[in-house]
Every structure is written in structure tokens, then in C-alpha cells.
Design a protein around this ligand. Structure first.
Ligand code: UD1
Length: 368
């Protein structure tokens, strides 16, 4: 039986890897991998394939960047003939990026069944492009694999048929569990070299790890300026390590902002970033996945957003929402540096075996 996986952007790659690997154990399943090309820089894509052991894509749609409409439409246009020619029994889509919703739409129109991995997450904030992608994808999907109980509840509240919903656990944590030993074995001097310079050597001195890329934080000049100023203030108390997303770097340049106190790094590979996360005193972020990774690692996470589609990282994990309030950020950082950080627990089914559970459900559904 033939499965087709569609991925496109950086956070998809750590989700597809364990599912692809687990499905390989089922001999009646053949698999094709389509990369939409939403992310295309080597350090946003190729390095993740290498480190996560993902085979080279069978097809790359090379869509590149664009407005939401253009990017989504381009993926649909280029994916349709691939789908018609491949004729898979099921298409798997991951997370909440534009590639996810575009592929789900094409499949539905052609009557091809869709499975959504990481279904049911809701921020209840429709100004977030990902929330639209999540709502539409879940509405169209035939199989809904959720990472946690809140996902099931959201889907049921929206009227999804209970027999479509499978609580599989968190696939991204599968990749983390697999590669954490490698990350933690990274030699200390790795970060002392040209990447980080002498200023922020992990292990030797505490540091805050920062990521920032949400349109709501970086696309408005005044908002971005105030966040950068808050981060500059943080450098008075603790070193800041800041691998910057290309979107963020572009906006800083475009708005003529200057923040020499913040040493911006290029985006890091999966293993390097995981290593930095695991040794950080605190992580400051607006990413979705990093809220989950820090919860697993037990590292305090301060999220620069008013809401989260991953509330379990707040209720059970180490995550605290600080919004865009510089004072709250400062207070929380002080609390953490004094050793009074939030102690979390790891949510159920975030155990490194979510991919296997998904593969089992799929293999049982497909004609053998
Ligand atoms: C996308 C996802 C977001 C996810 C993020 C992770 C959507 C709507 N957003 O946001 O959910 O958290 O990926 O990174 O799908 N760029 C490059 N090189 C690349 C890719 C992008 O330079 O390899 C630059 C381009 O200028 C592009 C901009 O980054 O216009 C934004 O890329 P895009 O894929 O549109 O959205 P992300 O902000 O990466």
C-alpha cells in the first residue's frame, strides 16, 4: 500500500522523521516523500534531513517564498499532478504550515484520504496564519493524530467524528529522544569557535537562548524594536544566544534597527540547537515546537506570545506566557536566575514512541 508524506518547512522535518522510520517496519507499506520547498536554505532544510536520517525527497516542488496566497496556491498547483500520478492510498501532512493546508486541500478535492499528524491544537487566535491552517486541515483530514488530550477535546468540540481521532502523543519528542544523546555529547569548544565567539560559551557561563520569527512579533517595526530592546536589557543579567530566522534578520535590516549587543547567529542545525536548548538557563521564544522541547527537557521557557496552541506546556510543563510585556519578561528572568523557576512534568505519551503508534494505526487501516 502506498503512502505519501508532504513536508515543506523546518518544523515539519522532526515530525516526519519518526513516522517514516516507524512505517518502514510494516512490509506492506511503500512510502513517497514530497518536499514542497517552502523552506529551501541549506540550514533551514538539508541539514535537518541529514541529521534526522530522512531520505532525500522523491519530489521537490521548489515553491520558495511568497505571500500566503501565492505560496499556498503554488504548492497546490505543483502538488496536484504529483498526486494524480502517484495515486497514494493515504497522504500524511504535518503540523500547521502553509504546505500542510495546501496539500490537504488538493487531496480532498481529488478524493484522496488525508492523515494529519499534530491535529487538534488551537490557539483560538485567528490572526495567526497557523491557526487557519490547523482549522482547515483538521476539518478536511480523515485521520487525526493528536499529541495530547486538549487536541482530542478541541476536535470533539468542533464536531469531528470520535472514530477519526487517535491520541498518538508527540512525534517531535520522538526525534528529540533519539538525538539528545548526540546533542549532549557535543564538545564544549564547539560553541567557543566562530559560531558563538568567546562571549557566550555554554557550560562556562549561564545563557538565555532566544528565537523569534512570528509575523506578529517581527513584521511590525515598533513591536520588533521593543522586543529587541527588552532582549538587550536581558543581556545585563545573562548572556544571550540568538540564532535568527531569515525572516527576523530581514526585518531588522529593513526597519533599520540596530542591536549590536545581541550577537545574531545564523539558524542552527537540529542537533546544535537541541544541545544549546538542553544547557540553557532559560529559553525565550515565540516558536510552537520549542515550547514543547523545553517542557520535555525541563528547561524554563518564556514565550513571547499572548496565547499558545500548546497549553499543556503551561499547565504541565515549564512554559510561561509573557506576551510582549518587557516587565514581565524581566521579572520572570530574575525569578529563574535566582533558581525559583517553574518545575514541570513531561506530558503523557511524550515518550519517544508516537511515530510507532501512528504507524500501527495506519498499517491497520490500510488494505494489506
Ligand atoms: C513558517 C511557518 C511557521 C513556522 C516557521 C518555522 C507558515 C504560515 N509559517 O514560517 O508556522 O513556525 O515556518 O520556520 O507556513 N526564508 C529564507 N529561507 C528559507 C525559508 C524562508 O530566507 O529557507 C525567508 C524568506 O524571506 C521568506 C521568509 O523567510 O519570505 C518567511 O518564510 P515562510 O516560509 O513564508 O514563513 P516562516 O516565517 O518561515
Amino acid at each position: 500500500m502506498k503512502l505519501l508524506h508532504v513536508v515543506g518547512a523546518r518544523p515539519n522535518f522532526m515530525k516526519v522523521a519518526p513516522v517514516l522510520a516507524a512505517l518502514r517496519a510494516h512490509s506492506h507499506v511503500s512510502q513517497l516523500l514530497v518536499h514542497t520547498g517552502q523552506h529551501y536554505d541549506a540550514n533551514m532544510s538539508d541539514i535537518f534531513f541529514e541529521q534526522l536520517g530522512i531520505p532525500a525527497p522523491d519530489v521537490n516542488l521548489s515553491v520558495g517564498s511568497g505571500t500566503h496566497a501565492r505560496q499556498t496556491a503554488e504548492i497546490m498547483l505543483r502538488f496536484e499532478p504529483v498526486l494524480v500520478s502517484a495515486q497514494p492510498d493515504l497522504v500524511l501532512v504535518y503540523g500547521d504550515v502553509n504546505s500542510t493546508v495546501a496539500a490537504a486541500l488538493v487531496c480532498s478535492k481529488l478524493g484522496v484520504r488525508v492523515a494529519h499528524v499534530e491535529a487538534g491544537l488551537r490557539s483560538f487566535d485567528r490572526f495567526m496564519p497557523e491557526e487557519i491552517n490547523r482549522l482547515v486541515t483538521d476539518r478536511l483530514a480523515d485521520l487525526l493524530f493528536t499529541p495530547s488530550e486538549d487536541g482530542d477535546l478541541n476536535l470533539r468540540n468542533e464536531g469531528a467524528a470520535p472514530e477519526k481521532i487517535f491520541r498518538a502523543g508527540n512525534v517531535m519528542i520522538d526525534s528529540l529522544v533519539k538525538l539528545l544523546p548526540l546533542a549532549q555529547a557535543r564538545p564544549v569548544q564547539f560553541w567557543r569557535g566562530e559560531q558563538l565567539g568567546e562571549q557566550a560559551p555554554p557550560h562556562a557561563q549561564p545563557y538565555a537562548l532566544v528565537t523569534l520569527h512570528r509575523p506578529s512579533n517581527v513584521d511590525d517595526s515598533a513591536t520588533l524594536k521593543s522586543i529587541l530592546q527588552a532582549l538587550i536589557d536581558v543581556t545585563r543579567d545573562v548572556a544571550v544566544v540568538f540564532p535568527a530566522h531569515p525572516r527576523t534578520r530581514q526585518r531588522i535590516a529593513e526597519f533599520g534597527l540596530r542591536a549590536p549587543q545581541l550577537q545574531l547567529l545564523d539558524p542552527l542545525s537540529y542537533v546544535d540547537f537541541l544541545a544549546l536548548q538542553s544547557h540553557a538557563q532559560v529559553v525565550i521564544t515565540d516558536s510552537g515546537g520549542i515550547q514543547e522541547e523545553t517542557t520535555y527537557l525541563g528547561v524554563p521557557c518564556l514565550t513571547l506570545r499572548e496565547n499558545t496552541e500548546r497549553p499543556i506546556t503551561v499547565s504541565l510543563g515549564t512554559n510561561t506566557l509573557v506576551g510582549r510585556d518587557p516587565q514581565k519578561l524581566k521579572t520572570e528572568i530574575a525569578r529563574i536566575l535566582e533558581g525559583r523557576q517553574k518545575k514541570g512534568t513531561i506530558p503523557p505519551l511524550w515518550d519517544g514512541h508516537a511515530g510507532e503508534r501512528i504507524a500501527k494505526v495506519i498499517a491497520a487501516q490500510l488494505p494489506g
